[in-house]
Every structure is written in structure tokens, then in C-alpha cells.
Design a binder for this molecule. Structure first.
Ligand code: NAP
Length: 474
């Protein structure tokens, strides 16, 4: 399949060439696949200017017209799903089947936003004085600055752009430098769908500089960011002067708890599905796997049997289910977590082999000590760190002993325990006997150092709306 690369900045509906370039590599081969535009500071400001001009018209466009345009974008994404999936695999490494699933997932946010664009309704509240009417309605926050990570090159982009523009905002988005091609391709489809020039603008370049410009420019009224906690904090501080609305979808360190009464087959299937998605490089991946003492040995053996069947390789090969890590730095981090845990007493139970390039064999460590690095830092790779526990109180305290609070999972059949854990685990999202947390219809987001704000569902649209109250005396 011949792929068309969109490699220039997308500002005010035009493709803008730059002198400087960003090199994009294929993580499966380490070969260069494209050279993408690197914006100068003035070009980032031009993108904000374009968003400012477009906002005047876009916010007034009839809701139904906005909805139709956004829906057309969704249709084009689905029509071009194979091309988009191939781009995702090329720049991010995930197997083609998974990339295709990401395109459908990414399109679902666009479809949801198109449908909801018509349902941004206000309310009339009973008067608190004689002859008055209280009206509450919603207005777009204005220009949005968005920054996305590399692990979902399509879905993180649509999960921000679609609700923002459905709410009547305009946007300047900076995709990750490792995976910009998918984002530019999606922007092109949005333009082909008829979304007005300037409503969606994309720039790539020096990330700290772009972050600083978006943060400091008072015309930008909202920052929405998905990425590491460290960068989230920088953006939060950098936006303080102009008091912007913020949504921060940050790192995680999800606990995955298997109680003694769990359906072990279901727990195993859930663990592998969630942990091995994108080779362990998702923010809601189980990172700390707590297994009750009574089922520990059996569960570890079952896990080993399943991992032994998984083929690692280039995501473009049909039978591959585990792609590469994104780069060498990612591999070094996984190896560091393995070495650290083993120094603290863990035993290597499966895997551990260093494969060529950015590839890594899925690995199981057993008897991992609670003071291991993997217990308090996100690994972002195919490491299954199995901790052992004996009581509910013990595992609840271990689960909450983390600065992060994005996702958490547990498997049990006991209703009282379900209620207690659901209420007491500190996380924005909890999977009980299932791991499929993220869809267009539910609010995705975290607590503690995993950030704040929600994406998906009606709440995801309200992140881009200001509430306006007016009192009217007749
Ligand atoms: P990252 O290093 O924070 O990068 C994310 C984005 O921020 C990229 O576009 C990056 O640009 C940009 N960036 C880097 N430094 C910046 C700065 N000083 N100012 C402004 N922008 C800056 O994170 P990552 O390694 O790409 O992604 C992995 C992290 O994202 C993990 O912690 C993961 O848990 C988290 N994540 C969270 C969610 C969620 O929904 N909670 C979803 C996915 C991933 P460049 O690419 O140009 O450097």
C-alpha cells in the first residue's frame, strides 16, 4: 500500500513548509520513514492567530452543521482506516490488528462528539426572587492548546480535537514528535470533511517551546495534555499566569489484584489483554500485579503458558501480537526495573531475553518485593511483576501506596469485597472482573499525580465549555 505522508505544519487550512525537520523512525526497523516540519516560534503564534480568527465564526456555526461536519470527518476516518492503521504501525510499532482497533476507537470519539454537538443544552432554574428567570447555558472556552503522546497516535488526537470543536472551540494541537504522521493525516481528513480553515491547526517542533507559547499566550483559554506527570506539571505551572482551564491525563501505575476467589481464566485473559496492549506501553496498563497467596503459583504458571504463545516481531507481519518498544530508552527502563527487582530478591520466572533492536520478550518476575522500583514507577513495557498478598487490608494498602491514581483492576466474586475495594481504591477508573475501561461513552481520567479532568462521555465535552449564568427580571 502506497502511503501519502502529510509532513508539513497545518495552519489555517494550509500546509506550511519549514526549513528545520524532525526525523520520524520506524521503531521496528529503526529506519527513517519521514522528515516532518519543525515549527519556529512565530509559526506557533501564527497557528494561535488562525485559531483566534476561526473562533469568531466557528463558535456561531449552527450546532447541527458542526455535528454534520464532524460526522463526515468520522466517515472519512473509517473509509481510510487501513491507511491510518498502517501509519500507526509504521511510526508507533503496534501490530496492525491493534492499530486498526485504535482507528475504530479513535473514530468513536469523533462520532460521539458529532452526536453530542447538538446536545449542549442549558437550563432554566426557578426564580429566587419574584418575576425573575435564571438561565444557565454553556459557551465554548475559546482557543484550546493540546499536546498528545506517542502511544495512541490517533486516539489521543481525536479524544481532544473532537470534543473541543464540538463545543465550538478552535484548537492548536502538537502531536508527539515520535508519531506525528497519523495526526497530520487526521487533520487532512478533517479538512477534506469541510471543517473550516483555522478550526484545527497542527504544529510540531521544539516541545518545551511550543508548550511555553501555548501556556503564556492569554488568548489560549484551555490546555489539554496527555503525557507524563513531569511535563504535565511544567504545563500547569506555565499556564498559571493566564489562569487557563486545564485537563491533565498523566502517568499511571495500575494495581491489578487477583483475589483467591477470582475466576482465574478471566483474570488471566484480562491481565494479558490490558498489559500487552501496545507492548505494555499504555497509561492504564497493569504495572503491579498482586496475587493472593492461595492462587499465586497456579496463576503464575497459567500466565507463563499464555505468554509463551505470543509472537514478538514487526507489527506489519500478520501473526505478530507483540510489537517493539518505542525506542532504546524505553527498553533501558524496562531492563532497569527487571534488574532492580531482582537485586531486591525477585526471581525471573519467564522471558527476560534481550531481543534485537527495540524488541523485548514479555517477562514474568515472581516474589517481587514491595520496595522495588516497579512498585512505585510506571514501567511502560512487557514486564509482569507478580507480588504476593494474604489479606484484603494488606492489598488495599499496597494498591494505594502510590502517588498515581489512574486505573486499578481487581478480580473477585465476593460482593462485599467488591463494594469495599471499589470505594476505597484511590483511582479515577476501576475495572472489576474486566479491563475494558476506555470507550467514547465513559469518563476517562485520574486522581493524584495521574492528573485531573476527564475525556470521553458528556463530561469530556464540558471540559471545553464555560458555564454562563444570567438573571433576568421581567
Ligand atoms: P511525554 O514525554 O510527557 O510527552 C508527551 C507530549 O508532551 C509529547 O507531545 C511531547 O513532545 C510533549 N512534551 C515533552 N516535553 C514537553 C514540554 N516541556 N512542554 C510541552 N510539551 C512537552 O510523555 P510520553 O513519553 O510521550 O508518553 C508517555 C506518558 O504519557 C506516560 O507517562 C503515560 O502514562 C502517559 N499517558 C497518559 C495517558 C492518560 O490518558 N492518562 C494516555 C497515554 C499516555 P515531544 O514528543 O515532541 O517530545
Amino acid at each position: 500500500m502506497q502511503l501519502e505522508f502529510k509532513d508539513k505544519l497545518f495552519i489555517n487550512g494550509k500546509w506550511i513548509e519549514t526549513e528545520k525537520k524532525i526525523v520520524v523512525n520506524n521503531p521496528a526497523t529503526n529506519q527513517v520513514i519521514a522528515y516532518v516540519a519543525h515549527a519556529e516560534a512565530n509559526q506557533v503564534i501564527q497557528a494561535i492567530d488562525a485559531a483566534e480568527t476561526a473562533l469568531i465564526k466557528w463558535r456561531k456555526v449552527l450546532a447541527k452543521t458542526k455535528a454534520n461536519l464532524i460526522m463526515e470527518w468520522c466517515h472519512l476516518m473509517l473509509k481510510h482506516q487501513n491507511e491510518i492503521a498502517r501509519l500507526i504501525t509504521l511510526e508507533c510499532g503496534k501490530p496492525l490488528k491493534e492499530a486498526l482497533a485504535e482507528v475504530i476507537y479513535a473514530a468513536s470519539f469523533v462520532q460521539w462528539a458529532a452526536e453530542q454537538a447538538k446536545r449542549i443544552d442549558g437550563v432554566i432554574i426557578s426564580g429566587h426572587l419574584d418575576d425573575v428567570e435564571n438561565k444557565v447555558h454553556y459557551e465554548p472556552v475559546g482557543i484550546v492548546g493540546a499536546i498528545t503522546p506517542w502511544n495512541f497516535p490517533a486516539a489521543m488526537v481525536t479524544r481532544k480535537i473532537a470534543p473541543a470543536i464540538a463545543a465550538g472551540c478552535t484548537i492548536v494541537l502538537k502531536p508527539a514528535e515520535l508519531t506525528p504522521l497519523t495526526a497530520y493525516y487526521l487533520a487532512d481528513l478533517a479538512s477534506k470533511a469541510g471543517i473550516m480553515p483555522g478550526v484545527i491547526n497542527l504544529v510540531t517542533g521544539d516541545a518545551p517551546q511550543i508548550g511555553r507559547i501555548l501556556g503564556e499566550d492569554a488568548r489560549v483559554r484551555k490546555i489539554t495534555f496527555t503525557g507524563s506527570t513531569k511535563v504535565g506539571k511544567t504545563l500547569f505551572a506555565g499556564s498559571a499566569n493566564s489562569l487557563k482551564r486545564m485537563s491533565l491525563e498523566l502517568g499511571g501505575n495500575a494495581p491489578f489484584i487477583v483475589f483467591e476467589d477470582a475466576n482465574l481464566e478471566e483474570a488471566l485473559a484480562g491481565l494479558i489483554a490490558s498489559k500487552m496492549r501496545n507492548c505494555g506501553q499504555t497509561c492504564i496498563c497493569p504495572n503491579r500485579i498482586y496475587v493472593h497467596k492461595q492462587v499465586y503459583t497456579k496463576f503464575a504458571a497459567m500466565l507463563k503458558d499464555e505468554l509463551a504463545k505470543m509472537k514478538v516481531g514487526n507489527g506489519l507481519d500478520a501473526d505478530v501480537v507483540v510489537g517493539p518498544l518505542i525506542n532504546q530508552a524505553a527498553k533501558v527502563k524496562v531492563k532497569m526495573h527487571i534488574n532492580d527487582a531482582m537485586t531486591k530478591g525477585a526471581q525471573l520466572y519467564f522471558g527476560g531475553s534481550d531481543l534485537a533492536g527495540n524488541f523485548m520478550q514479555p517477562t514474568i518476575l515472581i516474589n517481587v518485593a514491595p520496595n522495588s522500583q516497579v512498585a512505585y514507577e510506571e514501567t511502560f513495557g512487557p514486564l509482569f511483576a507478580l507480588f504476593q498478598f494474604e489479606s484484603d487490608e494488606e492489598v488495599l494498602s499496597l494498591a494505594n501506596a502510590s502517588e498515581y491514581g489512574l486505573a486499578a483492576y481487581f478480580y473477585t466474586q465476593n460482593y462485599k469485597r467488591i463494594n469495599k475495594m471499589r470505594n476505597d481504591i484511590e483511582a479515577g477508573m476501576i475495572g472489576i472482573n474486566s479491563v475494558y475501561l476506555s470507550t467514547d461513552v465513559v469518563p476517562f481520567g485520574g486522581v493524584k499525580s495521574s492528573g485531573f479532568g476527564r475525556e470521553g462521555s458528556q463530561l469530556g465535552i464540558y471540559e471545553f465549555l464555560n458555564t454562563k449564568y444570567s438573571l433576568y427580571k421581567y
